[in-house]
Design a protein around this ligand. Structure first.
Ligand code: NAP
Length: 520
């Protein structure tokens, strides 16, 4: 009989526990059971209606400026509880402080950006969209597009790797837009999301029904969705396919945003010698991306493309950095990389590694890392660099371009010339991000425009921004997050662009005298 706390859900304006025994959440380093979650028997229909009707109406009654001010208050509440969030992340996600920061402080930073945006948008209830356009010869009758908040709920179904950032990068733009939020975090790490929602609810800042959380099974959630609701999903391509084929989407036209998996890449441009500044910047960034959050970032570098002449040197430079990474219990100050989030993930990473190894060589073997304060029963795993050496061979290997191993794993791939490199990058079928390394501004800009159509973001690291750039894998709220094709086709963040998803666009056709009143 389990004795850990059963986390309550907040739905329909009240805290309520599921009626089942609950699914336990574990410490991935010690194996200890931490808390349990359960959503059995909740009145989902009532909860969704409450959020849609009460929460939505109360939020829409406020202006962007007022809602931004509320987000500012929410931020203060969360900042006051930061230590508690770090403790939960250490215990439940197995992350070292720096990696917990990517999730927790990254989430708070993003929330702050949208809180301040409310001030800029001002005391309005809707947003103009472009200029008015004449509809005929007489300029009196024109068309003006406007954006108004959708009269529905925003259902968020999130992945396990960002329980804090994943909540706020979605909730901040939704709430600023005037749309109530129901969040369903991934079960494995639901605790941090639930705790943040609990703190915000207890502080009594947001109107009733504006923010709800359901932890545990996703069963029945999509069935609740009505035509003006939206669903934003982050997770695997397989679950994304289930969501896309749900009647809410196929029959009721519920708007859906999908952030799925992605085989992101890093590309050292031709002509950059081994040991050059750009070469060193690539080696540094690849090693960092492989080890931050144990490679459990949707944006992490999975494929590393280098000219064939520097393949051996790149293998050595990246491996040397990886060898210095201490792996183990995040509570030990000597540890730089903690655990994978669960045994399921550990097994999935091991399987993925075996699958890739059939077409690659092992350049740095994560199994050689001695674990610090953790044993073989923990979910800790050292970083592994794989490689495919000859450029002709990289054409034949398909697995490296198709397989996202969601852990501290990347593959070095040799290319012949830039055309070949661009062709190989595109074999990822659409990614969240690609980073480019080089010192020739013109060549970098040209490569970036070549790759822009298949990426949500192109991150360029030239020596002049070596100390300034924000990191290949860091998602900044000012820039678009999402990617075409395999990456899910979604768009999040990107400054004010994030608000579009939560608004409906309509053309108002009228006399310019009437249109003038729209801005009043
Ligand atoms: P997942 O297994 O697809 O789960 C994601 C979410 O979907 C979880 O909350 C899960 O709930 C829920 N879910 C599972 N089955 C469902 C169903 N039939 N209907 C509705 N919801 C369902 O993904 P994950 O393992 O948590 O996350 C890892 C993946 O996410 C990786 O592939 C990674 O690349 C991707 N990711 C992408 C981004 C991005 O922004 N593009 C960011 C982070 C992660 P339970 O946990 O309760 O099963």
């Amino acid at each position: 009989m389990s004795t850990t706390e059963l986390l309550p859900n907040f739905l329909g304006g009240k805290w309520q526990s599921g009626s089942g025994a609950g699914t336990p959440l574990f410490d991935p380093v010690t194996g200890a059971e931490l808390v349990r979650v359960d959503a059995t028997g909740l009145d989902l229909a009532g909860g969704f209606a409450f959020a849609r009707e009460q929460g939505g109406a109360a939020l829409r009654a406020l202006t962007y400026k007022q809602r931004g001010a509320l987000l500012g208050e929410v931020l203060k509440v969360l900042q006051a509880q930061r230590d508690a969030y770090y403790d939960i992340a250490t215990a439940n996600s197995g992350t070292v402080k720096n990696d917990s920061a990517v999730d927790i402080d990254g989430g708070l930073f993003t929330l702050g950006v949208y809180a301040r945006m409310g001030e800029t948008l001002g005391d309005k209830h809707y947003l103009p969209d472009g200029e008015a356009a004449r509809l005929g010869k007489d300029p009196l009758f024109q068309s003006q597009h406007i954006l108004t908040p959708t009269r529905g709920v925003a259902l968020f179904i999130n992945a396990f790797n960002f329980p804090a950032w994943g909540l706020w990068e979605k909730a901040a733009p939704a709430l600023l837009s005037g749309v109530p939020v129901i969040i369903k975090p991934a079960t494995a790490t639901a605790w941090l999301t639930q705790r943040m929602v609990r703190d915000v609810v207890d502080a009594g800042i947001l109107p009733a029904g504006a923010l709800s959380v359901v932890c545990g099974s996703s069963a029945g959630l999509l069935d609740q969705l009505q035509p003006f609701d939206v669903v934003s999903f982050t997770g695997s391509a397989d679950t994304a396919a289930v969501i896309r084929s749900h009647p809410a989407v196929t029959q009721r036209s519920v708007r859906v945003n999908i952030e799925a998996d992605s085989v992101n890449s890093a590309l050292l441009l031709p002509g950059e010698a081994a040991g050059s500044e750009s070469f060193d910047l690539l080696a540094k960034e690849v090693a960092r991306e492989m080890t931050v959050k144990s490679g459990q970032k949707c944006t992490a570098i999975r494929r590393v493309f280098v000219p064939e002449g520097v393949y051996a040197a790149a293998a050595q430079a990246i491996s040397a950095r990886l060898a210095k990474t201490t792996v183990g219990n995040p509570r030990n100050d000597a540890v730089r990389m903690g655990a994978l989030v669960s045994r399921t993930q550990l097994n999935a990473v091991r399987e993925g590694l075996d699958y890739l190894k059939a077409q690659t060589e092992v350049l740095h073997d994560g199994a050689t890392h001695a674990l610090v304060d953790a044993d073989a029963a923990s979910c800790c795993l050292g970083p592994t660099l794989l490689g495919t050496r000859n450029a002709a061979g990289s054409d034949a290997s398909d697995r490296v371009h198709d397989t996202e191993v969601f852990g501290p794993v990347a593959t070095l791939v040799a290319y012949r010339d830039l055309g070949h490199a661009l062709q190989l990058v595109r074999r990822g079928q659409g990614s969240l991000v690609c980073s480019l390394y080089g010192s020739d501004a013109q060549a970098l800009a040209k490569a970036a425009t070549e790759l822009a159509d298949s990426h949500g973001r192109v991150h360029i690291i030239s020596p002049d921004v070596a100390a300034l750039h924000t990191g290949h894998g860091n998602v900044m709220p000012q820039s678009l997050h999402g990617g075409p094709g395999r990456a899910g086709g979604g768009e999040e963040l990107g400054g004010a662009r994030a608000l579009n998803f939560y608004h409906r666009r309509a053309a108002i056709q009228a006399s310019t005298t009437v249109l003038a009143q729209l801005g009043a």
